[in-house]
Write a protein that binds this ligand. Sequence first.
Ligand SMILES: Cc1cc2nc3c(=O)[nH]c(=O)nc-3n(C[C@H](O)[C@H](O)[C@H](O)COP(=O)(O)OP(=O)(O)OC[C@H]3O[C@@H](n4cnc5c(N)ncnc54)[C@H](O)[C@@H]3O)c2cc1C
Ligand code: FES
Length: 282
Amino acid sequence: MYKIVKQQRLNSAVVSIEVEAPYVARKCEPGQFVIVRVDPDGERIPLTIADFDRAGNTITLIYQELGYSTKRLSTKAVGDELQDVAGPLGQAAELRKTAKVLGIGGGVGAAPLYPQLKKLADLGSQVDVILGGRSAELVILANEFRAFARQVTIATDDGSLGLKGTVVDALLRKVRDENYNRVIAIGPLPMMRAVVEHTKRLEIPTMVSLNPIMIDGTGMCGGCRVTVGGATKFACVDGPDFDGFQVNFDECIRRQLMYRQQERRFEQEHPCRIGWEGTKSC
Ligand SMILES: Cc1cc2nc3c(=O)[nH]c(=O)nc-3n(C[C@H](O)[C@H](O)[C@H](O)COP(=O)(O)OP(=O)(O)OC[C@H]3O[C@@H](n4cnc5c(N)ncnc54)[C@H](O)[C@@H]3O)c2cc1C
Ligand code: FES
């Protein structure tokens, strides 16, 4: 069992938890993820390892409450235990010292971006960051990035914080003055697709992190199939990070929406009536 030792609400929909997981903490690297089951009959939830503390035997997970399982995860409190935390899964991101790196995090995508940029900064790379959200409240981890990044630019759709516009608008402004050697973009698929459309034209190599539906997380079920450079890949074992120029985003978006109806139906049949402070069960 995996005890929650810290819990912090980052905004109305995003929660950070630190979980005791000694074997995962010992081996994990930026870019890898775990599959969590909240309780014995729980669904499997893939979540990126946002940070880890090898000495303290813990990992940090930052998740957005989207549907049944992530809301169920929020019913747990500090001291409670999770049924499973399986991992580390996936390939570690290929990170080496790079002169100028630009990280782009959309919404909760800032969480998986954080460990990768932190490592690149530790390796001596100059790191700039763009964080985006629909409004100020939805921009997370800005102060954590400021601890090592040279510049943190914020873009909000409604202009409530930083530039008014999307992360793509911020990207287009930044590349006017800076020559980046590499971009890492993590966020919703349409955001990553839009970033890649521009970085391809600008010839800036761009890595993206894909989050297709995953079931086993070990390359057995085929659920996370994606097409990269015309070849079939399984994001759980070959990724989740891929060369953005090679990803077939249209297919990814189509496949991610495949179970939308069933998810909606399940949510309606099992409405979660839990407030953050609440104690009722799902
Ligand atoms: C490698 C990887 C890393 C991820 N890291 C994070 C993270 O750090 N933080 C975070 O908030 N989210 C992350 N996700 C997405 C997260 O797993 C889903 O939001 C979660 O499973 C939703 O479950 P739900 O029951 O709450 O919502 P549901 O209502 O079941 O689903 C809501 C949406 O989440 C996606 N989803 C549902 N089930 C899965 C699944 N088994 N695998 C992948 N996506 C699913 C679908 O797009 C779906 O439309 C990651 C996904 C992958 C594949
Ligand atoms: S999740 Fe089953 S093959 Fe990747």
